[in-house]
Design a protein around this ligand. Structure first.
Ligand SMILES: [Fe+2]
Length: 355
């Protein structure tokens, strides 16, 4: 064996009701005047966290938006400075957590994250920001939250469908972590457990959205999958989704949900060990059939056609995928990428061609 493992410095508190420990956790970080960050939709939740702090020392900024636009970040920076904030508390999904990271990057303030989705970005040192319509992604420990509180009660209002999409998005990180160029035994254990936890919990959430048990297990899986994303590099699936989303303006979560089983089938011959672990986590005969079946159970869209991808775009997408350079277990070529995209466009079953 030969590998490198780097643990990310973060503290994780897991358990129902633990959001109430936020002020004590902040105090342990030396902080008493947080700026609490949310989207406009989750302002009530942000206010509720603020009310846990004594003497109205917490302020709320509730303008977080998707893709972390720079104009929102600069407004929030002014508020953080104006209120003398000594810490940042993100309450929400990717938008709130993204904004807190953007502020931490510029101010060095410590962060606590209270996630309300299963996306996992609260445990990654990754930040994506947009300015003048351009998205820039960076990886730096400066944006990693110091502490995360996983309180299942905060996820109970996430609609079942969004829960499924958010969980699948997280699962894609664990799947790619298993065949990452820098995969290591410890990340792989987390990846397999993360896939298994989400695969079992997501259908239960769909059947019973009020199940705190299922949501708690999904949250556990989300944490593991997010940690995988924070630790090792992503591969072909993320490149394909990035190209499809950017070129044809396809919805991010749907694109991921449709493509994952197809990309896994594409990698099959080049990453047999990862395939066995994914299959085992899903309790399926093989990885791609298991992922495809899970998508069907979760009622996610089945074809690129139904989410608005033009058929004539397939060739261009294949070209763009090949233009990018990144590590991947199988070296992609135009014909095979095209064939995979064609199957995904039609909503056909995923199919490995090297077996
Ligand atoms: Fe991702």
């Amino acid at each position: 064996m030969r590998f490198e493992f780097r643990a990310l410095p973060a503290r994780v508190l897991f358990g129902a009701g633990r959001r109430r420990e936020t002020p004590e956790l902040a105090r342990q970080l030396g902080c008493t005047r947080p700026l609490i960050i949310s989207t406009p939709e989750q302002k009530d939740l942000a206010d509720a966290i603020a009310s846990l702090f004594s003497e109205a020392r917490a302020h709320v900024f509730s303008e977080a938006a998707m893709h972390t636009p720079w104009n929102v970040t600069s407004r929030a920076l002014a508020v953080a400075q104006g209120t003398g904030a000594d810490s940042l508390i993100a309450v929400g999904g990717g938008s709130a957590i993204g904004l807190a990271k953007a502020l931490a990057l510029r101010t060095g303030l410590p962060q606590i994250a209270l996630p309300t989705t299963y996306a996992g970005s609260e445990v990654t040192p990754i930040i994506g920001e947009t300015q003048d319509g351009e998205k820039r992604t960076r990886r730096t420990l400066d944006v990693l939250p110091e502490a995360v509180i996983y309180d299942v009660d905060l996820t109970l209002t996430l609609p079942a469908r969004l829960s499924a999409m958010s969980g699948l998005n997280a699962m894609a990180h664990a799947v790619e972590a298993l065949y990452a160029v820098d995969a290591n035994p410890v990340t792989s254990i987390m990846a397999e457990q993360g896939i298994a936890a989400l695969a079992a919990a997501l259908p239960e959430i769909l059947a019973n959205p009020a199940s705190r048990d299922a949501r708690s297990r999904a949250q556990y899986g989300a944490w593991l999958c997010g940690t995988c994303l924070g630790s090792v590099g992503m591969a072909l699936h993320h490149k394909v989704c990035h190209v499809l989303g950017g070129t044809f303006d396809l919805p991010h979560a749907d694109t991921h949900a449709i493509m994952l089983a197809h990309v896994v089938a594409y990698q099959a011959g080049a990453a047999p060990h990862a395939m066995r672990r994914i299959a085992r986590a899903l309790g399926a005969d093989d990885a791609w059939t298991g992922l495809h079946a899970l998508g069907t159970r979760l009622h996610v869209p089945r074809s690129l056609a139904e989410i608005g991808m033009p058929h004539e775009g397939i060739g261009r997408a294949a070209e763009l995928v090949l233009r990018e350079t990144y590590a991947n277990p199988r070296t992609p070529d135009h014909d095979s990428i095209r064939a995979m995209l064609e199957r995904a466009w039609r909503g056909a079953a995923p199919q490995p061609d090297a077996l």
